[in-house]
Design a binder for this molecule. Structure first.
Ligand code: CP
Length: 312
């Protein structure tokens, strides 16, 4: 099935059958990655530009490798070292990138809604690689892909999301996506890091780590995003860890075979201990591989002719 849209801006507006189609395509793409011959023709003649106004290791590199593994051309533009630093607007930058024949623009931006603005102003497909505190849809898709690989289903699973929910675009995208795919989600974190009206998204807000992890099949740890906090939102890192760190002791509240995932980069000893991050329940490294597979799937589906025909 093709996607019924030009852009991937968030999971809030993606239908379950579209999510399903991306995850199924990602399975095929993963077989290309592990085949050892990472030279498929799906993006031959297509080009992708990653336009990043914020730092990234995993997302930017995985989009660029995803494009290359499928035979496409990829290039990167960062806000530093480009005409963005001279004050060029987002729309003008996007139009310049498009004028070079770009088929897909992958954008990360500190302002929520920036990818939506770009998508309205260019004919190229736009993929949101993280916008402010709004969404990080490709991260949630790779998280769902990892869950599916390890648990063979998403529907009916109990998922706990732990930590800085307020600043987390990963949490928001996972809440939209996993809820649509039938998971039951509990969240927990310091009261100052829980957004208001969270219950309206269909999640259960818990008052302790023990309550959130009780019976969990999947545990998603989140990075404490000190760079987004305008003021101190909890007394100290030590106090945060004492209540919310995923450790051998606290993970005992979850199911024995609970899958532990984290979008990275991780703060070891703050939100997750090394023995859990590197332990047998963790799929943190596999998430990174799966990120390439999911991004290969998205680039392929967005550049298929029938994807455009569906929206034009
Ligand atoms: N998970 C994630 O978005 O990582 P990067 O910031 O390294 O891209």
């Amino acid at each position: 099935m093709a996607l019924r849209r030009k852009d991937i801006l968030g999971l809030k507006d993606l239908a379950p059958d579209e999510i399903d189609s991306i995850l199924k395509t990602a399975r095929t793409m993963k077989s290309i990655i592990i085949s050892g011959n990472k030279k498929a023709p799906h993006l031959q003649g297509k080009s992708v530009v990653t336009l990043f106004y914020e730092n990234s290791t995993r997302t930017r590199l995985s989009f660029e490798l995803a494009c290359k593994y499928l035979g496409g051309a990829s290039a990167n533009l960062s806000s530093t070292g480009s005409s963005v630093a001279k004050g060029e607007s987002l729309i003008d930058t996007g139009k310049a990138i498009e004028a070079m024949g770009t088929d897909v623009i992958v954008i990360r931006h500190p302002m929520s809604g920036a990818p939506h603005l770009l998508a309205k102003n260019v004919k190229a497909s736009v993929v949101n690689a993280g916008d402010g505190m709004n969404e990080h849809p490709t991260q949630a898709l790779l998280d769902m892909f990892t869950v599916l690989e390890k648990k063979n289903r998403i529907s009916g699973l109990k998922v706990a999301i732990v930590g800085d929910i307020y600043h987390s675009r990963v949490a928001r995208s996972n809440i939209w996506g996993m809820t649509k795919m039938g998971a039951a989600i509990k969240v927990v974190g310091p009261a100052t890091l829980l957004p208001p009206k969270l219950e309206q998204t269909g999640v259960k807000v818990c008052s302790s780590l023990e309550e959130a992890l009780d019976g969990a099949d999947v545990v998603i740890g989140l990075r404490i995003q000190l760079e987004r906090q305008k003021k101190v939102l909890f007394p100290s890192i030590k106090e945060y860890s004492a209540h919310f760190e995923l450790t051998e002791k606290t993970l005992k509240y979850a199911n024995r075979d609970a899958l532990v995932i984290h979008p990275g980069p991780i703060n070891r000893g703050v939100e997750i201990s090394s023995d859990i991050a590197d332990g047998e329940n963790s799929a943190i490294n596999e998430q990174v591989t799966n990120g390439v597979a999911v991004r290969m799937a998205l680039l392929y589906l967005l550049t298929r002719r029938d994807a455009y025909e569906a929206v034009n």
